[in-house]
Design a protein around this ligand. Sequence first.
Ligand code: DSN
Length: 420
Amino acid sequence: MYDFVRKQDPEVFAALEGEEHRESEGIELIPSENYVSRAVREANSSIFTNKYSEGYPGKRYYGGQTFTDVVENLARDRAKELFNCKYVNVQPHAGANANIGLYFALLEPGDTVLGMDLSHGGHLTHGHPVTYLTKIFKFVRYKMKNVDTGEIDYDEMREVAKKEKPKIVLAGYSAYPRELNYQKFVDIAREVGAYAVMDIAHIAGLIAGKAMKNPFDFGFDIMTTTTHKTLRGPRGGMILTRENEDVAKKIDKSIFPGLQGGPLMNTIAAKAVCFGEALSPKFKDYAAQVLKNAKAMEAVFKTSGIRLLTGGTDSHLILADVFGSLGMPGKEAETLLDEVGITLNKNSIADDTRGPMDPSGIRFGPPAITTRGFKEKECTRVAEIMVETMKNKSDEKKLAGMREEIREMCKQFPIPESFV
Ligand code: DSN
């Protein structure tokens, strides 16, 4: 593999090889990461990277679009089938671009978005003060009513919506482990005349695989997403519109020419391949297994007395208060687990008293190891190793044993090349 890079650029080749080894010899638990198939990788590194294709199928600004139109139409048709909607824009380069493009499609400067409080699981692009978005739009918040059950305070959400008159009621999160009550979101949005939007980036694969509910079934108007998390596609974004053609047109204009230039046609080809895989029956098995594996990991942490935010998980994601339970800051846990071959991320927990670079929690989940073929038994063992590692941080011999066990598990479950 990488024959041409090897011959031409040994320094980049060394980094590529290093990453190949790192990914195959370690346990990947960052819940927003995954392994893509070789077919997705081939399409993503394909000849389409040569092509400019500003515009949309049938309406491009440059010639030579016979094959770009084919792949973009395939990606669009498959995405619509997967998520059961009428319109889709597959051009956003990232989830952030999808959200930013959407705001500019639907809002005027000064308009308001009602979204999840960032310390309770929301995302930077849902209006974190460090983003430029807050210079243009107003972001107001709802929170969990009870951080130990994850119940959202829908009464507060309704009150804030009535007072602030948002144009978008935004659901979605990057660090919240529970299924939402979509009907309540839609009802509140309708009551105040707002669009109901869900950022499904984390759970897109679980919705596509029918393991979690589809917000469109409850009347959500728009969904934004990334394509590389549980959906197991190339790094990129997408905006889906349930049925409103006017809105879909505004979104298309907003993404191009409003926000982006030439679409990444190689990535769009890879999105088409990924969506084809997600339509296959095996994808449903994968999505269902992700949830079972997360439950197996949840059980180990609960038995070990480690506090889980929201009390557990309904999805692929677990947030553990390791500082509160073990006196170990999230950063230390991240580094320690990395040393035994387990990659996850430190994460703020709701109302964290520690700072974001050294927070109280860790966030982890099984999407990538599920792709690798791990079932409940292996996930239980991985969670046990995590807990044992954190509880025996100074026992070098024990830690070396854990590292060896992780290496062996990875050998037994090589990263698959194909999922269909
Ligand atoms: N960085 C992503 C995540 O890990 O959740 C969100 O953008």
